[in-house]
Design a protein around this ligand. Sequence first.
Ligand SMILES: NC(=O)c1ccc[n+]([C@@H]2O[C@H](COP(=O)([O-])OP(=O)(O)OC[C@H]3O[C@@H](n4cnc5c(N)ncnc54)[C@H](OP(=O)(O)O)[C@@H]3O)[C@@H](O)[C@H]2O)c1
Length: 282
Amino acid sequence: MSTVPDINLNDGNAIPQLGFGVFQIDPDETAEAVIEALKVGYRHIDTAEMYGNEREVGEGIRASGLDRADVFITSKLNNSYHDPDDARRAFDETLSDLGYDYVDLFLIHWPLPTLYDGDFVSTWQTMEEFKADGRARSIGVSNFQVDHLERLAAETETVPAVNQIEVHPYFTNEAVRAYGQEHGIATEAWSPIAQGGVLEDSTITRIADNVGKTPAQVVLRWHIQRGDIIFPKSVTPSRIQENFEIFDFELGSGDMEEISGLDQGEDGRTGPHPDTFDKVPS
Ligand SMILES: NC(=O)c1ccc[n+]([C@@H]2O[C@H](COP(=O)([O-])OP(=O)(O)OC[C@H]3O[C@@H](n4cnc5c(N)ncnc54)[C@H](OP(=O)(O)O)[C@@H]3O)[C@@H](O)[C@H]2O)c1
């Protein structure tokens, strides 16, 4: 039986707080990793058109024997397709590659404020169409800064259900999280263990020793207690299992504060800055 709590979204839908991420999983290894994750108990998969493995995510889910309705699937719009007509075609392709007639959540992957004449608003209005026709049960954004979210609030009808942003102990991204909290936008924390970069931190290893858990479990638990949604990635079966076993212990407030205190501000950011990121796949 699953022990993963749900987070309620602002549109009435619910999302499992722990999922499985498939960024940088080779398409050849993706179905196997998804099957393994579903066997362990994960019921939420986070993919993207730009990861190049949507087809294999669908294959893995079908091979697991689970019903479509039992797995929460997120995908994201490719940076190349922000123009409304392109976005419509790209979303059709996402569904056809996954092999399903809906996704649970579809996101604008990056705001790209230096491209498309700075217009992510018409892209968002196109996402609203996908929600209205039921092919995206929920819609959200990723890598949106506070000013990007404010612009959507001023110029469009729908508040994003989620904002998927970089968050881990070295980059706690508090201002963007706080905006989300105030406005009913759930935070999804990507690279929750900083791709392994926080696991040798002496504060984290000490807390892990004290509570009898691994550093990864401590960091993932810290996210859970902060209320964020996470989907650690691994192709290693033992780690897929390890990352799921985070609901049988609790961190005290002192440990929580110490981990949050590792924040390095902008110096801790490992990914690109959303204000300037402009990579468009050819
Ligand atoms: N929206 C965005 O722009 C964006 C950007 C980045 C990521 N994401 C999403 O967030 C998900 C997670 O982020 P991420 O993949 O960048 O990084 P992550 O989950 O923080 O870390 C993954 C890395 O850590 C290793 N690892 C996993 N569990 C471990 C454990 N228990 N002990 C030691 N090492 C462990 C993995 O190795 P092995 O696989 O070799 O085991 C892999 O190298 C992605 O898969 C994707 O779905 C979104």
